[in-house]
Design a protein around this ligand. Structure first.
Ligand code: FES
Length: 114
């Protein structure tokens, strides 16, 4: 019969130090996060799952890979578009926004060579 071993619980003094709490904004709404944590993680902790819209259908986009590969979490940070929220560190006063999808291609322009 195997024995279940639970991980030890550490006293508060032995835990890694937690960063300072900072205030940031997402779509002009204030949130708090831990300085340096990914923006997507701070938003996830606050219950925000919808980070933008897909270009093709307008369906909500959100955290998917969480390691910077899929670009599903793109947001605008200040005036910089296409920032990956899963890689963008939270900092005091950061202002991020859901991005509007780009306008549709002109009629007949399907991106295929003529
Ligand atoms: S969730 Fe995939 S790049 Fe951010």
């Amino acid at each position: 019969m195997s024995r279940i071993v639970h991980p030890p619980s550490y006293p508060a003094a032995a835990r890694p130090p937690r960063g300072r709490t900072v205030r940031f904004w997402f779509d002009d709404r204030a949130y708090e996060g831990v300085e340096g944590e990914p923006l997507a993680a701070a938003l996830w902790a606050a219950g925000v799952r919808d980070l933008g819209r897909t270009e093709a259908t307008g369906a909500p986009r959100g955290l998917y890979c969480a390691i910077g590969h899929c670009f599903e979490c793109r947001v605008r940070v200040g005036d910089r578009p296409d920032r990956r929220a899963c890689l963008e560190p939270v900092r005091e006063g950061l202002r991020a926004y859901r991005q509007a999808p780009p306008p549709p291609l002109a009629s007949g322009d399907r991106g295929a060579p003529a």
